[in-house]
Design a protein around this ligand. Structure first.
Ligand SMILES: [Zn+2]
Ligand SMILES: [Zn+2]
Length: 417
């Protein structure tokens, strides 16, 4: 009986993989059912590049993955098929396709609709790579400290989605009859009677493209590309430095004629300004950064600098508080610098942020400025004056004499008090 039970359990385990053999499309794209259209697109862009056979030569698992990713994207990017899939799964989809639904595209076609260049990367198949694109992104220091997922928009040439880069409204592209598809024509110029020069010229009928379109696409007007804003999201890691170049492979201007170049986002640091909300109103907003260290100036009154017994709460870039202070009797010299270890920038190394220990994090350097009062109430002034006189006579020190330097004329003598 027990043996039978074990056997039953085993067979159940063996059956389990069978029911899972068609992998969930959301899982393939690393998403869940709540994913937005944009999430799906984004996942496809990232994953299809990662598993492209050009990048994984000889790796069959990657190639299979590439096809699966294309399949998952094709299904989930169209709302009608996504609905069917959500409700009836792979089986429902199969039935739908047999009933004349849209057939799956060639995965390389799909790839080229995103990145241009016939579905391959520049280094394979002789496809040209388009120009790289540089964008500067200025961020407040806070974002470099805490790290941030930054969303911004850039204007970019994109393959027209309506005609899928053909430029034609009906999908028909004809070979130019004037140049025979070569894009150039040969013209003969007579230099002298009987003497000809052959000149190669751009075909004027097709504009050198070799192809003509009878019905141009209404969206791109036959240009095959459109220029429009596109959202980019960049992950700024804690501790990244200004000047960091983040490379987004194949995310520059697109064209059916080339593989899109790289989009390079260069991080810059914004001038500090007092923000609108509380989160932006920290002292840290005005910290200055130098590599892994931060710098801050703190102002003390004469009494505080000399007599001690004061405290300050400095709100750091992420809002946590750094306490500064001295006990009674502890003197702070003007221009002196206090090092607060572990309160500088986190340190970013390619790919990961260091575990935060005091040694790995920069320091916060606080420079003290001491402000003397301009004016005193006359009573106070008299009190101080009397006090100075009293203590000066008692144990004033002649600094010139004590330090062994030549004794200056009396007018220049310095007091300690
Ligand atoms: Zn032509
Ligand atoms: Zn178009």
């Amino acid at each position: 009986m027990l043996l039978y039970r074990i056997f039953a359990a085993l067979s159940l385990l063996l059956l389990l993989p069978l029911s899972l053999c068609a992998e969930d499309y959301y899982k393939i794209l690393g998403l869940d059912k709540s994913a937005s259209e944009r999430d799906i697109k984004k996942a496809y862009r990232t994953l299809s590049k990662k598993y492209h056979p050009d990048k994984n030569p000889g790796d069959e698992t990657a190639q299979k993955r590439f096809v699966e990713i294309a399949e998952a994207y094709e299904t989930l990017s169209v709302s009608s098929t996504r609905k069917i899939y959500d409700q009836y799964g792979h089986e429902g989809l199969k039935e739908h396709q047999q009933g004349g639904g849209p057939r799956a595209h060639d995965p390389f076609d799909l790839f080229s609709r995103f990145f241009g260049g016939g579905g391959h990367f520049g280094h394979a198949g002789g496809h040209r790579k388009g120009p790289d694109m540089e964008v500067r992104l200025d961020l407040p220091l806070r974002d470099f400290y805490t790290g941030k997922e930054v969303e911004f928009s850039i204007d970019k040439q994109q393959i027209c989605e309506t005609c899928e880069g053909s430029g034609s409204a009906d999908g028909k592209v004809e070979t130019c009859d004037k140049c025979g598809g070569r894009g150039v024509i040969i013209q003969k110029h007579m230099l002298a009677p009987g003497m000809f020069q052959q000149v190669q010229m751009h075909c004027d009928k097709c504009g050198g493209k070799g192809k003509t379109i009878k019905k141009p696409c209404s969206v791109c007007h036959g240009h095959r590309v459109v220029r429009k804003p596109v959202q980019v999201s960049a992950t700024v890691e804690p501790g990244m430095d200004k000047g960091t170049r983040m490379v987004f492979e194949n995310e520059a201007d697109e064209s059916p004629d080339w593989v899109a170049g790289d989009l390079i986002v260069i991080l810059g640091e914004k001038e500090p300004e007092l923000g609108a909300n509380d989160e932006e109103r920290t002292d840290g907003t005005f910290f200055r950064r130098k590599g892994k260290d931060l710098f801050w100036k703190e102002v003390l009154s004469l009494r505080e600098a000399w007599m001690g017994e004061w405290s300050r709460n400095i709100t750091h870039l992420d809002g946590h508080v750094v306490q500064l202070g001295r006990k009674r009797g502890q003197v702070v010299q003007p221009k002196s610098v206090e090092t607060v270890k572990g309160e500088g920038m986190p340190i970013y190394h390619d790919g990961h942020t260091e575990e935060e220990t005091d040694d790995d994090v920069g320091s916060l350097y606080v420079e003290y400025t001491v402000v003397l009062p301009d004016q005193m109430e006359s009573g106070m002034e008299k009190d101080f004056h009397a006090l100075w006189e009293k203590w000066r006579k008692k144990n004033g020190v002649d600094l010139g004499k004590d330090s062994g330097r030549p004794i200056p004329p009396p007018a220049q003598a310095k007091d300690e008090l």
